[in-house]
Design a protein. Sequence first.
Length: 297
Amino acid sequence: MAIDTKQQSQWTTKRLLEWTADYLSKLEVDQPRLCAEILLAHVLKCKRIDLYVKFDHCPNAEQLTAYKELVRRCGKHEPVGYLTGKAHFYGLELMVEPGVLIPRPETEVLVTESLDFIRDQALRPTVDVLDLCTGSGCIAIAVAANAVEAEIIAAENSTKALQIARKNIGAYELEGRVTLIESDLFAGMGKADKGVFDLIVSNPPYVSTQEYEKLAPVVRDYEPKEALLAGNDGLDYYRRIVMEAEQYLADGGLLMVEIAYNQADDVTKLFEESGYLDEVAVVKDHLGHQRVMKARR
């Protein structure tokens, strides 16, 4: 590292951001400037946008030391979300830690589609939602925060993820409308009071064995393998969800899952061969990739 904490007066906010972006770029860190801004804002305890009105500000020696260490770890491709302990998703700030998948912007498509569906049911006082593989709780929390008529069961099999999801739900005071249960997909549904759901939504593991080895180090080396890997073809969870959801999806209800950009044909086939799903459709994300598969019962 070339940041000399003893030369504090030389390191303005502007110079730190420029140097760090260049340093991380040489190490092939994705979005180096964004990483620099997030890390520096975290150390200075301010918003990213505030950095631009304090370009001439010189962080103190303690802040420089903390920032230097974060940049060093980021240069080794450690996820920024784990370095700061937080991730932003659908306008929310959520806690994340190693052992819990970091929410992605593309998953916001699931939230938008969920909210559209819930609003279509506007004449009903309550819309029952099941969020499978909830992880940090990002989908359940975003839906609950934006649709007061939604009552959500959030299912997760990871003890670590359940702990983090519980904290995130509590931070937004949503305990009354988001209920966590420990469950491997539908296996623990006996713990839930609800029998059937108007909406079943999931961002399940969907990475194949072969694709897993090709993932960027920032994902493969740090994020939980069990939240990513889904068998030789990446379809293991979709098969289970489609097969088991029939028992829990209400008539007219919607089943919706996130998919990889190249899985639309395979998941469409699973949906169409289910015998109970209709109106199968795919939704693209902000980058134009096929991202969400949905179907009505």
